[in-house]
Design a protein around this ligand. Structure first.
Ligand code: NAD
Length: 490
């Protein structure tokens, strides 16, 4: 007994020692990490301060190098995306690599025009003078990206940040580890390593990064972390672009070709196994369209992924067990019209349509972010608009309607990051359109020239010759004559 106690005690002491050791190790790790990220940010800041990133030629070189990386290393990224998300090679091209290449080409085509100073009219009392705006790069930009489109959402912001003449620290998502490793390995081989750095890691490492002073932060992910990022940024008065999520509704009106609408909705929803921020989250089927629409969506699923989507090479997998468990728990929130089958070992969840869903059920609470599509029935357009407006502002509102009046009403009476008539998701592929949310779905936008706006400061420049001194009226002492002049012209 005594020996047992002694053994227990020794074990207890040993455990305490181990705990102390672990604590000390963690402390050292944290310190090393802080020094590491401080060093990285400092190195990039020195590059920026030396003016290396300012010439348009440097920016163009980086964009062309990024393009070369995407084309030459496409097989490496395809393999990583297949490992992380079971992404098909075609979706890897259409929704990841191809999108960034398009963004680069669009930017290379228009960059000089976007960067050109803009002349501004000078009011008569201020003449002679010239006024203009010039674009100024911000400095060192932090891009924090998520796992669901781990290449596109890491590199599309980088295109804009480099085009605007900044240095970039990229923090890819640890939940897409193969893609994160590929980015960390390949980016420094193609891009200027003194201007671009990849810092891998999870929340703890990102916390260390967020302690640093950046000149802009673009974060893509969920709103809870968005708030953490914005709070950290506030300490340094760093501006942020927050690309967040939400529940994007798809409205379907009677008179629409339901089979065609169902195909578009099924494609937009089940792409990447429903793990798209722009995916239709739920359907509001107006005026008795719910039943036939749900059947058409079920047919569309079969025509796209076959009778058993588990065997389709074109259907993805859920990113991890945590999300798999969260999604399968939602399956009981309605009547399963099609799908519902799942396999935890392979993180497979069939494309699923739910009918008879209670609007107060958990599936209608947070963003679903997976292949579960509730189809809710509403009597008319007024109730559909009221339903959307009773919830946080989504990233997009989609509508399938033959009526121009409905389109006008949706634009005027709902608020969202974007609106898609007839096709979900695709607005993200248009480099001429800003991409971003509003309210709970985000702050700011990027893509194309909107990226230049996000990652530059627009500097106001007034250039007035010293002579003739036409502003003498504003110099004290203010005589009655001067006052008359001021009141007349200013
Ligand atoms: P995630 O878990 O990969 O997190 C995003 C990033 O935040 C990662 O790099 C992660 O390391 C970092 N992070 C996590 N916890 C952190 C913490 N405590 N402090 C600092 N950093 C932290 O991705 P997610 O959030 O699950 O992404 C899914 C969400 O993102 C959905 O809501 C989706 O709608 C949204 N999303 C939005 C867009 C858009 O462009 N608007 C695009 C894709 C995804």
């Amino acid at each position: 007994m005594g020996q047992e106690l002694l053994a227990d005690g020794a074990q207890g002491l040993g455990a305490a020692e181990t705990k102390t050791e672990t604590k000390a190790e963690t402390k050292t790790d944290t310190k090393a990490e802080t020094e590491d990220v401080t060093g990285t940010v400092g190195r990039l800041r020195a590059t920026f301060d030396a003016g290396r990133t300012r010439p348009t030629a440097w920016r163009r070189r980086q964009l062309r190098a990024l393009r070369a990386l995407l084309t030459e290393q496409a097989p490496v990224f395809a393999e990583a995306l297949a490992a992380d998300l079971g992404k098909s090679p075609v979706e890897t091209h259409t929704s990841e690599l191809g999108l960034v290449v398009n963004e680069i080409d669009h930017t290379l085509r228009h960059l000089e025009r976007w960067l050109r100073p803009r002349r501004v009219a000078v009011p008569v009392p201020m003449l002679p003078a010239r006024a203009r705006t010039v674009r100024e790069p911000l400095g060192v930009v932090l891009v924090i990206s998520p796992w669901n489109y781990p290449v596109m959402l890491a590199l599309a912001p980088m295109v804009g940040a480099l085009a605007a003449g900044n240095c970039v620290v990229l923090k890819p998502s640890e939940l897409a580890p193969a893609t994160s490793a590929a980015l960390a390995r390949l980016l420094p081989r193609y891009l200027d390593p003194d201007a671009v750095a990849v810092v891998e890691g999870a929340a703890e490492r990102t916390t260390r990064l967020l302690e640093q002073r950046f000149d802009h932060i673009l974060y893509t992910g969920n709103g809870t972390v968005g708030r953490i990022v914005m709070t950290a940024a506030a300490r340094h008065l760093t501006p942020v672009t927050l690309e967040l999520g939400g529940k994007c509704p798809a409205l379907v009106e009677p008179g629409t070709d339901l089979a065609a609408a169902a195909r578009r909705i099924a494609w937009g929803k089940f792409l990447n196994a429903g793990q798209s921020c722009t995916a239709p989250d739920y359907v509001l089927a107006i005026g008795g369209t719910a039943g036939p629409l749900a059947d058409h969506i079920a047919d569309a699923i079969t025509s796209m992924y076959g009778a058993d989507p588990a065997r389709s090479p074109d259907y993805g997998r859920i990113v991890n067990e945590r999300h798999f468990d969260r999604l399968t728990a939602l399956l009981g929130d309605g009547r399963v019209v099609t799908g519902g089958t799942h396999d935890r070992a392979s993180r497979y969840l069939a494309p699923t349509v739910l009918a008879d869903v209670d609007p107060a059920a958990p599936v209608m609470d947070g963003e679903i972010f997976g292949p579960v599509l509730p189809v809710l029935s509403v009597p008319d357009l007024d109730s559909a608009i009221a339903f959307v407006n009773a919830r946080p502002k989504p990233l997009a509102v989609y509508a399938f309607t033959p009526h121009r009046r409905t389109r006008r009403r949706l634009l005027a009476e709902t608020s969202s990051g974007a609106v898609g008539f007839g096709l979900p998701n695709a607005h993200i592929t248009m480099p001429g359109l800003p991409f971003g949310g509003v309210g709970e779905s985000g702050i700011g936008s990027y893509h194309g020239r909107y990226s230049i706006e996000a990652f530059s400061h627009t500097k106001a420049v007034l250039d007035k010759p010293l002579l003739p001194d036409t502003v003498r009226a504003v110099y004290p002492p203010f005589t009655a004559a001067k006052e008359r002049l001021i009141r007349r012209f200013m």
